[in-house]
Design a protein around this ligand. Structure first.
Ligand SMILES: Cc1cc2nc3c(=O)[nH]c(=O)nc-3n(C[C@H](O)[C@H](O)[C@H](O)COP(=O)(O)OP(=O)(O)OC[C@H]3O[C@@H](n4cnc5c(N)ncnc54)[C@H](O)[C@@H]3O)c2cc1C
Length: 261
C-alpha cells in the first residue's frame, strides 16, 4: 500500500448526480485489480477529516491513467468536485482484495446497481481483455444514471438496462431476466455490487444453479487499513459466522458466504 499524489487530468460532471475523474497514474507501480479501491483525500483542508473509498472504474495501462466514477453524495464527494485538472490528489492504494476471474470461466454475469456499476465496469474491462463473454445487468433510478452502459457496450459487453424510471428494475423482473439469461447462456460465474436486495437475489439464484459468485461490498469505512474495524461484515465459515473487515479481507467476497442481513 502506498500514498500516491496523482495529477488530475480531468474531473467533470457527467450527469445530474455523477462525476468522472481521470488521473495520471505512472507512479503506481503495483498492479491494480478490478474491485480494489483507493482511499481518497477529498480536500486539502482537514474537513472532511476521513478519506473516502472509491473503487477503480477504468484502467488504461498503455496511457498509464486510472479513472473513477463517483456519485456526489455528501461532504467528501461534494469537495472532490472542486478539484480541477492539473491539481494533485492524495490517494492511498490500491487497497483490498479485488475480483478473481476463474481460468475456465468463458461467460460471466454482472449485476450492478447505482454506483456499483462503477465497481463492476473495471471487471468487465478485464473480462473483455481476457476474451470472456460478459453480460451485465445495470440497474439505476433513471436512464441518466446508467452512465457506464455505453462505455461497456463499446467494449463488447452485452448490456441489459433496468430502471425505476422505466418500471423494469423491481427484483421480480430482474429475477426473470437472470433466469432467461441462464437458459440462453452457459454462464460460469456471477458478480454483483451496489444493492443488498439484488445481491440477495443473485446469491439465491447462484446457489440454486451451483454457480460461484463474488460480491463487492460498499460499507462505511474509517481508516481503510484494517485498524479501526469500522467496516466489518459477517461471513459464514465452516466454524460459524465470523466478522471480517471489508477494507482488508474485502471489499470482494465469496457471494455465497456473505451474510446480507
Ligand atoms: C470499497 C468501496 C468502493 C466504493 N466505490 C465507489 C465508487 O466507485 N463510486 C462512488 O460514487 N462511491 C463509491 N463508494 C461509496 C463512497 O465511498 C461513498 O459514497 C462516499 O464515501 C460518500 O462520501 P461523502 O463524504 O460524499 O458522503 P458522506 O457525507 O460521508 O455520506 C453521505 C451519505 O452516504 C452514506 N455513506 C457514507 N459512506 C458510505 C459508504 N462507504 N457506503 C455507503 N454509504 C455511505 C452516509 O451515511 C450518508 O447518508 C465506495 C465505497 C466503498 C467502501
Amino acid at each position: 500500500m502506498k500514498v500516491n499524489k496523482l495529477e488530475v487530468l480531468s474531473n467533470v460532471q457527467v450527469s445530474e448526480r455523477y462525476w468522472h475523474m481521470k488521473l495520471e497514474a505512472s507512479s503506481i507501480l503495483e498492479p491494480v485489480k478490478p474491485g480494489q479501491f483507493f482511499n481518497i483525500k477529498c480536500a486539502e483542508a482537514d474537513s472532511p477529516f476521513l478519506r473516502r473509498p472509491f473503487s477503480i472504474y477504468r484502467m488504461n495501462k498503455a496511457e498509464k491513467t486510472i479513472e473513477f466514477l463517483y456519485l456526489m453524495k455528501g461532504q467528501g464527494t461534494f469537495k472532490l468536485t472542486d478539484v480541477v485538472a492539473g491539481e494533485k490528489v492524495d490517494m492511498l492504494g490500491p487497497l483490498g482484495e479485488g475480483f478473481t476471474l476463474g481460468k475456465t470461466w468463458d461467460t460471466v454475469l454482472l449485476l450492478a446497481r447505482g454506483v456499483g456499476i462503477a465497481t463492476l465496469a473495471a471487471l468487465a474491462q478485464e473480462a473483455v481483455e481476457k476474451h470472456v463473454k460478459c453480460i451485465a445487468i445495470l440497474s439505476a433510478r433513471t436512464n441518466n444514471d446508467l452512465l457506464a452502459a455505453e462505455m461497456l457496450q463499446g467494449l463488447g459487453v452485452q448490456v441489459i438496462k433496468v430502471t425505476e424510471e422505466d418500471g423494469t428494475s423491481d427484483v421480480s423482473n430482474v429475477h426473470r431476466l437472470i433466469e432467461q439469461l441462464l437458459i440462453e447462456n452457459d454462464i460460469k460465474a456471477t458478480f454483483t455490487c451496489g444493492s443488498k436486495r439484488l445481491s440477495k437475489l443473485l446469491q439465491k439464484i447462484s446457489k440454486n444453479h451451483g454457480l460461484p459468485g463474488q460480491i463487492a461490498l460498499e460499507e462505511h469505512m474509517g481508516c481503510a487499513m484494517g485498524v479501526c474495524y469500522a467496516c466489518v461484515c459477517d461471513i459464514k465459515e465452516e466454524n460459524g459466522i465470523n466478522s471480517v473487515r471489508v477494507c482488508k479481507e474485502g471489499p470482494v467476497f465469496n457471494l455465497e458466504k456473505v451474510v446480507l442481513g
